[in-house]
Ligand binder design. Structure first.
Ligand code: ADP
Ligand code: MG
Length: 578
């Protein structure tokens, strides 16, 4: 907790100048609100005592002073409101960027467990609740203390018994306020959770909109959504209820105190133990006692909300990636593409079974190697170990004879190109998506890559050619087209090691041909590991590795494995019904 508090404070560091100015303004504002009633008192006393022999000059002077003070008060408050909020916004932005940066460092293991919607909430809503705390927190404390202490000193000097009277009310008011504030907080938190549920529902329905429509289940989705909305409204009803009690209650308390002061003050005037000017000052100062209470309650709420947000922020920020660079990890200037698996075993979680056990592989520079085996046997898993998406549990994987754990991640991944069945394209244009493989690539380079990937022709037929916007995740393209863009992206990256994970499995025969053709161009002079569902595509492989639950069951060329008449031969015969 202590270190978290330090971290919490540390976000102020770049804005210490702004913070000081903000606090100075808070100080001035508090002082002026205390001085103004004293000015009024001075004027009233002079009027009452008939000290106007100088033609009221003193009144005009004090009146002008009051005007100037009000002006300064306004300017300072404007500064607090504008610059203070901006300070909060800047701090929030710093935190958001830090969290985003951290998200990108976290490993696949982390993302296997997390819901994207939740992670989005952390970076938006949770951090948003901190802005108010960062901005109002220090200033609320300064203003509350200054006003309260100042008002107390002024009032006790005017009349002790009236002050005691007011202080009989204040604790009751504080207890009442803090109690309702707690209730309000709980209701607010519930409604925040509920808005999260609404978000999740919208995200789920819209992401699956194709499925929804194809089953014509719009009504069902609407009902689910209406249910979430109803829950949200209920929680808001609760929070509005307490909010009303809270604000109206505090207002009533303030009025009650004022009336009590008028009654008892009036009585004191009759008894001549108080004069009218004192009573007036008293009434004008009461706000300086009640406002700090309201402010502190408000601060308590901001604090609770902000700290909850901060805790959720830190919970993620403190997660360390289980895949990261060693301190002495080396950078590779170049890679040839020798891949070696030595007794590699892997499981996704400690309490899970091993997916891969004792895998040994030796893939030489420029080899075209195929990995086959039934679904779920661990082919994709094996491939994901090479770029260190996951860390092996036992054994080692070597690239050009160097353990991949000793290579900087960035450097390792630069030399590996991956094409999967499920391609991911970003919202944007075709050119932007291809150049993802080499940021800053020229249009000529992009076109060359597209040509090699057999994508140039279809791109030129699109309305805006390379500037065509492909929509969210490339929805405006067919599967084969998306696949070829991904291949173009890898062409630009130009890595010595390639991994194709069922790259053509989801395509129809015609697109498969086009994609297959471009893949063949891509694999020239590169080490390639291919996972193929259709065994027809792996026949030419230099080596076919057959993976079963027992590990690497057999390896050899197509002919050798058919000769062996074991697992591969069986798989092959099944596919071709021989
Ligand atoms: P293949 O590609 O050969 O079809 P996978 O490598 O995708 O098989 O999966 C191998 C096994 O690992 C499967 O039993 C699968 O359920 C499991 N698995 C895959 N990904 C994960 C994951 N992220 N977390 C936990 N288990 C996983
Ligand atoms: Mg797979």
């Amino acid at each position: 907790m202590h270190s978290r508090f330090k971290k919490f404070i540390s976000y102020y560091r770049p804005y210490l100048g702004l913070l000081s100015a903000d606090l100075a303004c808070a100080f001035i504002v508090s002082a002026i609100t205390l001085i103004l009633p004293l000015c009024t008192r001075y004027i009233t006393k002079n009027v009452l005592e008939g000290n106007l022999t100088d033609g009221g000059n003193r009144i005009y002077m004090v009146g002008s002073l009051m005007l100037v003070l009000v002006l300064i008060h306004t300017v300072c408050n404007m500064f607090i409101s504008y610059q203070g909020h901006m300070m909060g916004a800047l701090m929030e932005s710093d935190m958001r960027i830090e969290l985003f940066d951290h998200y990108q460092k976290l490993s696949f293991r982390f993302y296997d467990e997390q819901k994207t919607g939740q992670l989005m909430t952390r970076i938006t809503n949770d951090i948003l609740s901190l802005t108010e705390l960062y901005h109002h927190g220090p200033e609320d404390i300064v203003i509350s203390i200054l006003k309260f202490v100042g008002a107390f000193i002024i009032l006790i000097n005017i009349n002790v018994s009236l002050t005691i009277l007011v202080f009989l009310f204040l604790p009751v008011m504080a207890v009442f306020g803090f109690y309702l504030n707690k209730k309000m907080n709980i209701a607010l938190r519930t409604s925040k959770d509920r808005i999260g549920d609404i978000n999740a529902q919208v995200e789920d329905t819209l992401s699956g909109i194709r499925v929804v429509k194809s089953f014509a289940n719009e009504e069902i989705e609407k009902k689910k959504f209406a249910y979430q909305n109803k829950r949200f409204v209920e929680s808001r009803r609760e929070s509005y209820k307490f909010e009303t009690y809270f604000y109206e209650g505090l207002y009533a308390f303030t009025q009650l105190i004022t009336i009590a002061v008028i009654i008892f003050g009036g009585a004191a005037i009759i008894k001549a133990s108080l004069d009218l000017a004192d009573l007036l000052t008293y009434l004008l100062c009461i706000g300086n006692l009640t406002e700090p209470i309201q402010r502190l309650i408000n601060f308590a709420r901001l604090y609770q909300e902000g700290i909850t947000g901060f805790d959720r922020f830190m919970d993620i920020l403190e997660v360390e990636s289980d895949v990261k660079d060693k301190t002495d990890a080396c950078e590779l200037d170049q890679a040839e593409g020798n891949l070696e698996f030595n007794n590699v075993s892997f499981k996704y979680k400690d309490n899970y079974n091993y997916v891969l056990k004792n895998i040994n592989l030796d893939i030489k520079v420029g080899d075209y190697v195929a990995l086959v085996g039934s679904s779920g046997v661990g082919k994709t898993t094996l491939c994901s170990l090479i770029p260190r998406f996951y860390e092996v549990n036992e054994g080692e994987i070597k690239l050009d004879g160097i353990n991949i754990r000793d290579i900087q991640l960035k450097s390792l991944r630069k030399y590996i190109g991956i094409v999967e069945q499920d391609v991911y394209l970003f919202a944007g244009t075709i050119a932007e998506n291809i150049s993802y493989g080499k940021p800053g690539a020229s249009l000529a380079e992009i076109m060359e890559a597209a040509k090699k990937a057999n994508a140039h022709e279809f791109i030129m037929e699109l309305p805006d050619g390379y500037d065509t916007d492909i929509g969210q995740r490339g929805v405006k393209l067919s599967g084969g087209q998306k696949q070829r863009l991904c291949i173009a992206r890898v062409f630009l990256k130009n890595p010595p090691v390639l991994i194709f994970d069922e790259a053509t499995s989801a395509l129809d025969n015609e697109s498969e041909k086009a994609v297959q053709d471009s893949l063949e161009k891509l694999i020239k002079n590169r080490t390639t590991l291919v996972i193929a569902h259709r065994l027809s595509t792996v026949r030419n492989a230099k080596k076919i590795i057959v993976l079963t639950d027992n590990g690497v069951e057999e390896q050899g060329t197509h002919e050798e494995l058919l000769e062996l008449n074991n697992v591969y031969a069986h798989l092959y015969n099944m596919q071709f019904n021989i």
